[in-house]
Design a protein around this ligand. Structure first.
Ligand SMILES: Cc1cc2nc3c(=O)[nH]c(=O)nc-3n(C[C@H](O)[C@H](O)[C@H](O)COP(=O)(O)OP(=O)(O)OC[C@H]3O[C@@H](n4cnc5c(N)ncnc54)[C@H](O)[C@@H]3O)c2cc1C
Length: 420
């Protein structure tokens, strides 16, 4: 049995801790915040005298691309419910808006019904889906080609880029639209293919957890909950001759046999004093961007046509925005039968009536570039034979399955290095 420190209590850290605990190790989880969960953050709010529990971070997963996470939920006996994943786009200060829900919502106004560029956009969606599937099958997308280059090569229209693909990508990865140009086309194409986003019909079923996404935290941490130290920001992790020294702010350094850095890549870089060259290159390849997230009841950030309200609602801005604006319609996502509409908006930047704000948060999202996939592919090698291993959603596509899968891999590598 080894003594292992885990830095970070998001899905990655908690998943790694459980795996190592189940393999007979003694784990200690250090979490900077006063609560566990990281981006799994369900918040209790009282409106009109009734308390609800609304997710503000991790919300949905699907049956196709979350195999490890689903196996974990099944093992823990956590209950889920099917949900919908519609997408709408609206433009700030104009009447432009559409949603993919039905033929009627694709062009809800007469102006759009009569707009050649809008119909060209819709035709390009069909053409893009077909082209990408063909190019993936023929392995015809060169690695490191950017999404911007791919779109130019195939002559997709400006409206398709600006009013469909870039907003959709910006919404999925919480990144500025202009960053989407720099995504690796192959990474983007595989993600869209795997998530059924190139299909009109054959899309995976999405789920949310009944009662809120934090429903899995208690059963996951149950066997080692006494070993979790919240409000304990780690300031340094140093490899020594026979182990690892971990320092928490305001405390003496403690000795462990190994450590899992399950925080974000930039946070790991800040505390890890002697990364190997491989770990250093990997951590540097995926920076993070801070986003403001607000839970509220202000419907002014939703489409004007009620029929266009979707689970995900993206707002185009007239200037070149540095941050995407996305509103999740929580009643739809969490299947809430509630007279009050609850929304969670990423980067509202002062657009919400202060009287309707329920809670405010800051979450950072990984930002991918054409160099990221090659660096991410080195994760296994970078963690092999190391006492300090790294993991996180950032090391794959940025989602819950990615955090948990890399946690399993990192825990497995550490178990192998330290022995049972
Ligand atoms: C608004 C929002 C919505 C999202 N929706 C979805 C969704 O629906 N589906 C999905 O799959 N993904 C979603 N995600 C993506 C989400 O980021 C990942 O799914 C996943 O939760 C990230 O897990 P993680 O463990 O890598 O990081 P985190 O959950 O961020 O955990 C890292 C933890 O490390 C702690 N930490 C950092 N530095 C230190 C330190 N020095 N010492 C101690 N502790 C430290 C942090 O406080 C944090 O708790 C969403 C993200 C956001 C922000």
């Amino acid at each position: 049995m080894a003594r292992i420190a885990i830095v970070g209590a998001g899905i990655t850290g908690l998943g790694a801790a459980r795996e190592l605990h189940d393999n007979g190790h003694e784990v200690t989880v250090f979490e900077a915040e006063s609560r566990v969960g990281g981006h799994t953050h369900t918040v209790a709010v009282e409106v009109d005298g009734v308390t609800r529990h609304i997710d503000t971070g991790f919300i949905v997963y699907n049956e196709r691309t979350y195999p490890n996470f689903i196996a974990l939920l099944d093992r823990l006996g956590v209950k889920r419910q099917p949900t919908t994943m519609g997408f709408s786009v609206m433009e700030e200060g104009s009447s432009f808006e559409y949603a993919g829900t039905s033929l009627a919502t694709l062009a809800p106004s007469w102006k759009l019904k009569c707009s050649p560029s809008h119909w060209r956009m819709i035709a390009d969606i069909v053409r893009f889906n077909r082209q990408v599937k063909k190019d993936l099958a023929n392995e015809a997308i060169p690695s490191q080609q950017t999404l911007g280059e791919y779109l130019r090569e195939h002559g997709f229209s400006q409206a398709f880029r600006d009013r469909y693909l870039m907003p959709m990508g910006a919404a999925i990865w919480s990144t500025p639209e202009h960053n989407m140009e720099q995504f690796e086309a192959l990474f983007f194409a595989r993600f869209f293919y795997n998530h059924g986003l190139l299909e009109i019909h054959d899309r995976p079923q999405w789920y949310t957890l009944i009662g809120g996404s934090n429903a899995y935290l208690a059963p996951l941490t149950e066997p080692y909950r006494d070993q979790i130290r919240c409000s304990s920001p780690v300031t340094a992790v140093e490899a020594t001759d026979n182990g690892v020294r971990v320092t928490v702010q305001g405390h003496e350094a403690e000795q462990f046999d190994g450590a899992v850095l399950a925080c974000h890549s930039d946070q790991a870089r800040a505390i890890y004093k002697q990364p190997t060259d491989a770990q250093s290159a990997l951590l540097a390849a995926v920076p993070y961007l801070d986003n403001e997230v607000v839970m509220h009841t202000d419907a002014s950030l939703m489409p004007h046509h009620r029929s266009c309200w979707a689970a995900w609602n993206y707002m185009l801005q007239s200037e070149h925005p540095d941050k995407p604006i996305l509103t999740y319609y929580m009643n739809e996502l969490m299947c809430l039968d509630d007279p009050v509409d609850f929304f969670v908006t990423v980067n509202p930047e002062g657009r919400i009536d202060p009287d309707k704000v329920l809670s405010m948060h800051h979450y950072a999202h990984p930002q991918f570039s054409p160099d990221s996939p090659a660096a991410q592919a080195t994760l296994g090698a970078a963690n092999a034979n190391q006492r300090v291993v790294v993991a996180g959603a950032w090391a794959r596509n940025g989602f819950h399955e990615d955090g948990y899968s890399t946690a399993l891999e990192a825990a497995g590598a550490l178990h192998q290095t330290l022995g049972s």
